[in-house]
Design a protein around this ligand. Structure first.
Ligand code: G3I
Length: 302
């Protein structure tokens, strides 16, 4: 049984990985994703610098490939990501007018999310908007619009695809413990925005862990999950991929009823953005690593 099948048996929606046209085009890699994962997240093809590198000129070639592949192979998709300070074209960073930036966000979100309406389970509408002290990262979005950019983005996303679950996603939110300032800051803001009617459905915790940080995941994820209708681990990778760290991390989601799924950030170590840390579940020969077997054994016994 795949981890995805075990996950579904435990009432979760998916166990997923990131992918894109390039990785889906490699037969060995594609075979692993087909067999072992139930959801794909575009690693890069959904980002602003790819989808709207110049204003109003949209390019969805890569994202179309991924979404079509998912439909053909009956996999779910997590959309990633519409509003992010990084991989952001300079024409956006240069905007200083509130009205202009509002329209630009609305057009971008509406066009990207609307294109795939009905085909995407969840969207990371806003990504990495908090700083380490739990305040707003001083991106162009926060500088020009303050926290209102969150409402603007989520409202446009809800209109563009009313069925998709809309997530706010960040890193260093489960790594450092439940009292870490970024974790408590995110919780405080998300609760406030949901109470004010901003259509946020879920909190995504990326979970790019160092070795030994997994022990912090259960309590911090529980705290995050209590702040929104849904939550998920969205980009898991763990330095050295020890079986114990993986089991603790993944089981944290299993144990929380509104944690809907786990996504690992890649299939094979050499293709990871942290390739030198061997952080994933498959080795360079596409063989499963000890952490994979430990997950199957532990979760399969639940
Ligand atoms: O496609 C170009 C290629 O044409 C060019 O020759 C090459 C030279 O640098 O770059 C290629 O683009 C790279 C792209 O990955 C595709 O490989 C970019 O430089 C590189 O910056 C980009 O890195 C991605 C990174 O986000 C930045 O967007 C990683 O693959 C991706 O795994 C990583 O994912 C992020 C999540 O989106 C958000 N959370 C953190 C996570 C890890 O950084």
């Amino acid at each position: 049984k795949s981890i995805d099948a075990i996950f579904k048996g435990l009432g979760k929606l998916y166990f997923g990985t990131c992918a894109d046209a390039g990785s889906l085009g490699k037969a060995d890699n594609e075979a692993v994703i087909k067999a072992d994962f139930g959801q794909v997240t575009p690693e890069n093809s959904g980002k602003w610098d790819t989808t709207e590198a110049s204003q109003g000129k949209f390019n969805f070639a890569g994202l179309d490939t991924l979404v079509n592949w998912a439909q053909t192979n009956k996999k779910l998709v997590r959309g990633h990501t519409t509003v992010w300070y990084s991989q952001l074209p300079s024409w956006v960073s240069a905007i200083s007018s509130k009205d202009t930036l509002t329209t630009v966000i609305q057009t971008h979100v509406t066009t990207e999310i609307g294109r795939y309406a009905g085909k995407i389970l969840q969207w990371d509408v806003v990504n990495e908007m908090f700083d380490e002290s739990g305040g707003l990262r001083q991106s162009v979005f926060a500088k020009v619009l303050g926290e209102d950019f969150v409402r603007i983005a989520f409202e446009a996303a809800k209109k563009a695809d009313p069925a998709a679950k809309l997530f706010i996603n960040d890193y260093n939110t489960v790594e450092k413990g439940s009292t870490y300032a970024k974790t408590t800051g995110m919780i405080k803001y998300v609760k406030k925005w949901i109470a004010a009617g901003v259509p946020i459905d879920g909190i995504g915790a990326q979970a790019h862990l160092m070795a030994g940080e997994a022990k912090n995941v259960p309590a911090s994820l529980a705290a995050l999950c209590a702040a929104a209708p849904q939550c998920a681990l969205t980009e898991v990778d763990i330095v050295n991929a020890s079986p114990g760290d993986y089991v603790t991390t993944v089981k944290a989601c299993v144990d929380i009823p509104n944690c809907v799924g786990v996504t690992v950030w890649g299939v094979r170590d050499p293709d990871s953005w942290r390739a030198s840390n061997n952080p994933l579940l498959f080795n360079s020969a596409y063989a499963t690593k000890p952490a994979y077997a430990a997950l199957v054994e532990t979760l399969g016994a639940l």
